[in-house]
Design a protein around this ligand. Sequence first.
Ligand SMILES: Cc1cc2nc3c(=O)[nH]c(=O)nc-3n(C[C@H](O)[C@H](O)[C@H](O)COP(=O)(O)OP(=O)(O)OC[C@H]3O[C@@H](n4cnc5c(N)ncnc54)[C@H](O)[C@@H]3O)c2cc1C
Length: 448
Amino acid sequence: MIKTDVLIIGGGPAGVISAITARKNYPSTKITLVRNKKVGVIPCGIPYIFYRLKSVDQDILPDEPLKKNEINLIIDEAKEIDFSSKKVVLKEEEIFYDKLILATGSKPSLLPIPGIEKEGVWLIKKDLDYLKKLKEAVMSSKDIVIIGGGFIGVEIAEDLSFFQNLNIAIVERSSHCLGGSFDEEFAKEIEKKLFSKGVKIFTNATVKEIKGEKKVEAVVLEDGKEIKADLVIVSVGARPDVDLAKKAGIRIGDYGGIWVDEYMRTSVPDVFAVGDCAETRDFFTGRHIPIMLASTATHEARIAGTNVYEMKILKKNKGTLASFCTFVGDRIFGVTGLTEKRALEGKFDFVVGESTCPDHHPASLPDTQKLKLKLIFSKASGRLLGAQLMGSQRCAEMVNLLGVLIQEEMTIYDLDFLQISTHPLITPAPTIYPVIVAAQQALSKIKR
Ligand SMILES: Cc1cc2nc3c(=O)[nH]c(=O)nc-3n(C[C@H](O)[C@H](O)[C@H](O)COP(=O)(O)OP(=O)(O)OC[C@H]3O[C@@H](n4cnc5c(N)ncnc54)[C@H](O)[C@@H]3O)c2cc1C
């Protein structure tokens, strides 16, 4: 029997950051983390195990930060929680806790497609041995079909496109790959980039059947089209892993994740939930939304780790902006806050400002690329509500800057007077700095 002050179940980004944050805030407590995998993987690195990372072992989540922070790591599986005695039953032993943080993550979603059980059909699991087998199978394949054009499907397709001998196809149910994350003009650019790398894309397409004797031979679409396949990757999203929480009787929310309040507290005293297993709130509406991102997971983990013993009132969850960026071809695509599509669906009264400019100045400098930015502002208050951009590497940090501007409730007027640093080799020109130009364009629409 083990006793600990803080017990964390789950060793993904949310579990690790909860533990480290709790250590920083409560230095004298005993902190224990239980993980059911001997070795963890970095989930965001999975799409790159095929080409860019030379082996799956290069995507291992290091345990050093846990050791360095004196966090007791136990490799075992949590099977049951008894809240009355504050005890978690593992396969091998029992642990008594004072505070419990659930960070059990998510599992890949399945589709009820006939033939999904066939040999050659793979999911994207955060499991080192499984991924090693998947990589081996990919290396001996020729025709790969990816079902699902979300960010995981797109990133895998892009990485695989470096292998000249592979035929890659994506099947996406909606009208565009990444159409849920970006507005159409950005999603179309993503598709163009994939296409230029030889990836075939089937949109507005639903899979009817995965065909083959024992092993997969083709993916059949509803319209009868057949796409030749000797390997299929299903990446149609993830669902919160709440088996343990459900069994213990914790309240589950509308989207199937563990219900939490603004401090990541569950319906049970002294029990928190963070990351993919917990329900996420939207920054603007406060409503629960099905967003699963490592950036959101670690944000929630920092809130739980900070408040696990005492309420440090300023560290509460304002909700997620779902800030996210991806790399397709030679371009970064980033988004934070509302897209125009989401603003329309949510009935926001908004105005759009856009700008396109070279990312160096003068534009004749080598490696200059076009940077496109789209900002969404509230018409009445002028508050920045969302940003999307595409361009070179510098977009990745620019999307984070824009996220901060939204988080800090900055307005179109603040952006008009933004103080910036610029340099010819690194940024757009100060005379046409994209954030300012897009804000001014939106402002002119408001004034009109
Ligand atoms: C291929 C891929 C690419 C991604 N790319 C990005 C990206 O670029 N940017 C981004 O922001 N997000 C990305 N994500 C999403 C991101 O990985 C998740 O949001 C993140 O992993 C959530 O972290 P988590 O700790 O909540 O859950 P998980 O990473 O799922 O970790 C859960 C942990 O709990 C353990 N566990 C579960 N049940 C038990 C139990 N009963 N007992 C003990 N241990 C248990 C698991 O073994 C695991 O260690 C990607 C996801 C995938 C799959």
